[in-house]
Write a protein that binds this ligand. Structure first.
Ligand SMILES: Cc1cc2nc3c(=O)[nH]c(=O)nc-3n(C[C@H](O)[C@H](O)[C@H](O)COP(=O)(O)OP(=O)(O)OC[C@H]3O[C@@H](n4cnc5c(N)ncnc54)[C@H](O)[C@@H]3O)c2cc1C
Length: 527
């Protein structure tokens, strides 16, 4: 993974010429004032952890598994939001952990937490490091140091219960590794977020992730039937049946807790048989409103493909849903919907049902090309972001969800807010997760960088966060809360909601060492 960008450097994407032209003509993009820092130029704070604490941590996980070299620290600094990348490009390593600790078992995680609680060291659970909401930056105030607790060594497929269709997997497995291990049993999780190549199972559970095929396979939190969690107070072992009426579901307390309540050390996940057939195809709708109505009907009539997404007019025109064709502008393209089917003998009948609803609501069938093109380029957009940043354009995404009846208002409110803060940005949107009652909205924003691109984006983000909550949407459908959404989340759940979360944190983590500042603000500054 690139330290200041996304993914495998060998897959870096050049900016297509039409995009360069568009950036210049439409948005006034010019090359950034400062060149990007080299790895050796990143400014890191001195290691704050005392030698006795480092020795104790080495005693727990082994000397090879406590690292405090520059390389390890830089690669565990923040996540992969655009401000995160801009800060790294500027050589700002001020949020680096003092050390990276790699435990090899649940018991080692418990022992690391005990050591850190005893010495008031903050602990940031670290999966794939792909958080885009500031979920990997701990508040230092009140702590003697910060360690990144990298779960990469917890990477086994522990067991498969083929009868119940449940697999036990460890949290440090990256999604492709997990899929590969399950494929050996003819199984799949079916969780394919855009961060698929690098994100881990623990991160998916901790941040309540949703994949591109969520219409068919469900969100990640739907897949979790059980889990083991290490907390500073001991172990939680949750989920002994698919559903239970035995009190509130404590699994839901841990799902979405973003490392602030405990460290997930094992997951029992619902799995599916690996599909025999995969078909992706495209539909054209006259407008975003017409396409949204069709998606709503499909969701409400239970005729839901595995993948179901709809781009608005701008996103369709730019070609973002078909990365191979970005920039091949066509003003009358309407709105592109992609429907993907992954399954078995039921696929033809489902395609027919979807076709009947879509064409009955004004959809025009475009054949397999747009669907195949989307499927082929589904993981490439993050690579393009690096090229855009280097060219002087800020590109960032944000997302929300709402009920169908409120979706048009939410859509317009977000676009207006972005225009009010950023002047004339390019704002594109798609629906990518649909439910009977509502859907998600996922926005991509491109704007010319000012000389302070981080400040420019953060101001816009603050204002759009307020707008989203004010317009009745949730502050996140699948990216989570982290630090970036904390204030808006507090408004969304109210004072009492925040108090409940603080109460849970205080009970599980009395010293407040777990990811301080993420999800819920400390009640009072720690002295
Ligand atoms: C280019 C890009 C595309 C993305 N696309 C999607 C998408 O399509 N869908 C989507 O849902 N998200 C997406 N994301 C966001 C991100 O990938 C998800 O939030 C993902 O769940 C994070 O997983 P991770 O393993 O990288 O976790 P990390 O980023 O390492 O951690 C995320 C949070 O969970 C905590 N955590 C991690 N592991 C554990 C654990 N074992 N126990 C307790 N806490 C833990 C961390 O402390 C942190 O607060 C995208 C991000 C990027 C950069």
């Amino acid at each position: 993974m690139l330290w200041s960008g996304w993914g495998d450097p060998a897959k870096a994407a050049d900016l297509p010429e039409p995009i360069r032209k568009l950036l210049h003509e439409m948005l006034g993009v010019r090359p950034p004032r400062d060149r990007a820092a080299d790895f050796g130029e990143v400014r890191l704070p001195a290691v704050a952890l005392s030698p006795p604490v480092l020795t104790e941590l080495r005693g727990v996980v082994g000397a090879d598994h406590v690292r405090f070299d520059d390389d390890a620290r830089i690669r565990h600094t923040r996540g992969k939001s655009t401000p995160d990348l801009l800060r790294m490009r500027a050589g700002d390593g001020s949020d680096a952990p003092d050390a990276v600790v790699l435990p090899g078992s649940h018991d080692e995680v418990l022992a690391v937490l005990a050591t850190c609680a005893a010495h008031r060291v903050a602990v940031v659970p670290f999966g794939g490091g792909t958080s885009v909401v500031g979920g990997l930056v701990a508040t230092r105030q009140g702590f003697t140091g910060v360690v990144a607790l990298d779960l990469a060594r917890l990477n086994r497929l522990v067991a498969v219960d083929g009868e119940s269709m449940v697999a036990e997997l460890e949290p440090g497995l990256r999604a492709p590794q997990a899929e590969q291990l399950l494929a050996g049993h003819g199984l799949t999780l079916g969780h394919f977020p855009q961060s698929f190549e690098y994100a881990t199972l623990g991160g998916f559970a901790a941040a309540r992730s949703s994949g591109q095929a969520s219409a068919g396979y469900g969100r990640f939190d739907d897949m979790v039937v059980g889990m083991t969690v290490a907390t500073p107070r001991g172990t939680l072992d949750l989920g002994r049946a698919p559903r239970s009426a035995a009190g509130p579901d404590l699994r839901q307390v841990i799902l979405g807790s973003e490392g602030a309540f405990g460290v997930i050390t094992s997951l029992r996940l619902r799995v599916r048989r690996a599909p025999a057939e995969r078909v992706y195809e495209g539909w054209r709708f006259e407008s975003f409103a017409a396409g949204s109505a069709a998606l709503r009907h499909l969701a409400q009539e239970g005729a839901v493909p595995t993948v179901l997404r709809l781009s608005d007019e701008t996103e369709t025109m730019i070609g973002l849903a078909r990365p191979g064709e970005i920039g091949a502008l066509s003003a009358d393209a309407g709105c592109l919907a992609v429907a993907g089917y992954e399954g078995f003998s039921e696929v033809p009948a489902l395609r027919e049902r979807v076709a009947a609803v879509a064409s009955g609501l004004g959809g025009v069938y475009l054949g397999p090309d747009p669907g195949e093109s989307w499927a082929h380029g589904r993981y490439s957009a993050p690579y393009l972001r690096d090229s855009l940043l280097a060219a002087g354009a800020t590109v960032e995404t944000l997302e929300t969800a709402g009920f169908w009846s409120n979706l048009p208002r939410l859509y317009e409110a977000v676009r207006l807010s972005l225009r009010a803060s950023l002047g004339s940005p390019l704002v594109m949107c798609h629906v990518s997760h649909v439910y009977g009652t509502g859907a998600s909205l996922y926005f991509t924003v491109v704007v010319a960088q000012t000389d302070d691109p981080v400040g420019q984006w953060e101001a816009a983000k603050r204002s759009v966060n307020e707008t989203i909550v004010g317009a009745g949407g949730t502050i996140s459908h699948h990216h989570g809360v982290g630090r970036d959404h904390r204030e808006a989340h507090a408004v969304e759940i109210g004072d009492l909601g925040v108090e409940i979360l603080r109460g849970i944190k205080d009970r599980l983590d009395p010293e407040g060492i777990l990811n301080p500042g993420v999800l819920v603000a400390p009640e009072r500054p720690v002295s």
